[in-house]
Design a protein around this ligand. Sequence first.
Ligand code: SAM
Length: 291
Amino acid sequence: DKKYIATPIKTKEILQKYHFTFKKSLGQNFLIDVNVLKNIIGHAGIDKTTGTMEIGPGIGALTEQLAIHSDKVVAFEIDGRLLPILDDTLSDYDNIRIVHQDILKADVHDVIKENFQENQPIHIVANLPYYITTPILMKLLRERLPVESITVMIQKEVADRMAAQPNTKSYGSLTIAIQYYTEAKVVMNVPKTVFMPQPNVDSSILQLVTRSKPPVEVEDEDYFFTLVQASFAQRRKTLRNNLTSHFKGILDKDTINEQLEAIGIDGTRRGESLDMQEFSILANAFYKLQH
Ligand code: SAM
């Protein structure tokens, strides 16, 4: 595997050749372990017919593996200093397109239309910049891109929250937001030593498989997510108390209690004990009451 970019020796060589200095503010922690990359690839659901999209190719460690194992790679990179480097490190591959854009501002639907065949299965695979993990994933999911799965390296603590089950410390509004769109699974925990430079936090590989439709039916998505957030606003408070604060000046205590009773959800429970089905019942009931 010596010839791959993702080794400590090759990475150092490339960084020195271009006098590249890491920008912490851009979450630049490059992968230097081919086995970890192979693990990511192995969970990404890709083959030589698949299109892949990457966010943040860096010097191309993962991009190279995606080029080898899929039909075509489109990679979004914000840091212009990396463009000439990628031109060099990936010169052996003719199925890679680098898009010099901030993923949060990019029109991803458009990029997909431009770069992939109609109906070609597309998977997103990335070692994400950790300072914007959640905004990136929420953007990709909310825009309902035609992608089959998203397999990403992210900080362990966030991966745990995204894949959490009810009644655990990690379970919260982020869990519901992610699992509304996908089936989420942590496939591997990864030590800091596989990155250059090493980040301050532990990492995990998270696999999100896009659902063809949400697991619950909600009257209004924004209303649903807002109510879920309100239910977790103060984790130690009861559901009833969190809802009372949320509806202050709009619905009184008695009305809230009546509603909870009507749908058979005990107001003395904590938000963290409700599953997605129960949150949908809760949100739909209050939505109807208010509309
Ligand atoms: N994929 C490479 C690897 O695994 O070695 C680099 C991963 S590094 C954790 C994150 C990459 O995302 C960096 O190359 C960084 O410049 C890029 N990046 C940071 N913010 C970005 C943004 N808003 N849009 C696109 N790329 C971004």
